[in-house]
Design a protein around this ligand. Structure first.
Ligand SMILES: Cc1cc2nc3c(=O)[nH]c(=O)nc-3n(C[C@H](O)[C@H](O)[C@H](O)COP(=O)(O)O)c2cc1C
Length: 358
């Protein structure tokens, strides 16, 4: 039982997180780019779709487990990459890794994690993990990040392609937000820097010259499957499939990069159609409810990723907070699934959603 007055959904966790975080880190976690139009639209997009429930379906034995890139997961909800998690809680990525393992799902570690890939793996040896890669100008650093992840048992490389430059994040500019030097960022140090840094300075290490040929090369850098994160159009989805990706993440980086682009959910159908099942399609951005997860499945996603929801849990109560947020999303998703008349994630089809009337 949740204590009376305690958080009962992701929004409650966000409110509590705002109370317990300093304005700088809160602004970094919560914020988006420019006027934050896309940040808001990611959430609102889910209201533009309605569920079309089927009734009198035998729901006995309904369950959420599925696979993503062959990895079994207990639910179609993964933990997306979020940088600097020790700014949310001293245990940072260790807590997230343990909570993801306990929930039986994949955690994707950010290149800009505040702990090394090996340390995070050691915190939850039974967990399943992917590594999110920013490609550094110094390809030696890029290669060593991939090698470290592969050595530590990470099972996919998720290359983020929507951030060749940092989006204009005005909350961070106003707050003069920096990552303090007592919270080291191993990849930043590997890139030759060591002092307190702004996120903008960190992104100066990232290669803005990256193109599709590099993606093909990255796919061959290790035996791990390559996931391309940050796709919003059918043309780029086809190019990802043509250039060695095993999956794409339809994403606008949580509204943190280019503002004024489509909500991730709205971009999902064209990507699903374009790839014609050649690659798995994941989506992230604005998922706050189990009903959102079911809508994403209906529009063709194999699974969703969440970032802010678990960061709020982490800020409020460390590992226990992340666990609780994941359990809330799991309970809500299972309930939404069965009330829509489905017994498995694969059973949710395009016929289970329609555009909401304007
Ligand atoms: C605080 C924060 C840090 C993030 N850091 C990264 C990152 O290091 N790499 C990356 O590919 N995406 C990063 N993202 C984007 C998320 O992986 C994801 O695309 C997006 O936030 C999903 O939307 P949601 O926060 O509404 O769930 C970050 C997002 C947030 C909120």
């Amino acid at each position: 039982m949740v204590p009376a007055g305690g958080p009962v959904n992701v929004s409650d966790y966000e409110r509590l997180a705002e109370e317990c975080l300093e304005p700088g880190p809160y602004g970094y976690f919560a914020g988006g780019a420019w006027d934050e139009v896309t940040l808001r639209d990611n959430v609102r997009a889910f209201e533009r779709w309605q569920l079309r429930p089927r009734v009198l379906v035998d729901l006995t034995g309904a369950a959420l487990d599925t696979t993503v890139l062959g990895t079994p997961v207990s639910m179609p909800i993964l933990l997306g990459p979020a940088a600097f998690q020790r700014l949310a809680h001293p245990d940072g990525e260790l807590a997230t890794a343990r909570a993801a393992a306990a929930a039986g799902t994949v955690m994707c570690l950010s290149t800009f994690a505040t702990l090394s890939a090996a340390d995070v793996a050691a915190a939850a040896p039974d967990g399943r993990r992917w590594f999110q890669l920013y490609v550094f100008k110094d390809r030696g650093v890029t290669r060593s990040l991939v090698d470290q992840a592969a050595d530590a048992g990470y099972e996919a490389i998720v290359v983020t392609v929507d951030a060749p430059f940092l989006g204009r994040r005005e909350r961070d500019i106003r707050n003069a937000f920096t990552v303090p030097d007592d919270i080291p960022v191993p990849s930043w140090e590997a890139g030759g820097r060591g002092e307190e840094a702004t996120v903008f300075e960190m992104f100066e290490l990232i290669d803005e010259g990256l193109d599709w040929r590099d993606v093909e090369e990255l796919a061959s850098l290790s035996d791990l499957p390559l996931v391309v994160k940050g796709i919003l159009t059918d043309d780029d989805a086809r190019l990802a499939a043509d250039n060695g990706a095993a999956a794409v993440v339809v994403s606008n980086h949580g509204g943190r990069q280019l503002d004024g682009v489509p909500a991730a959910l709205d971009a999902l159908p064209e990507v699903v159609e374009a790839v014609e099942s050649r690659v798995e399609v994941l989506v992230d951005g604005g998922v706050r409810r189990g009903t959102d997860v079911v809508k994403a499945l209906a529009l063709g996603a194999r699974a969703v990723l969440v970032a802010r929801p678990f960061v709020w849990g982490l800020a409020v109560d460390g590992e226990a907070g992340v666990r609780r947020v994941l359990e809330l999303l799991r309970e809500e998703t299972l309930l939404a699934l069965v009330l829509a008349g489905c017994t498995t994630p694969a059973g949710v089809t395009r016929a289970h959603v329609q555009r909401a009337p304007r």
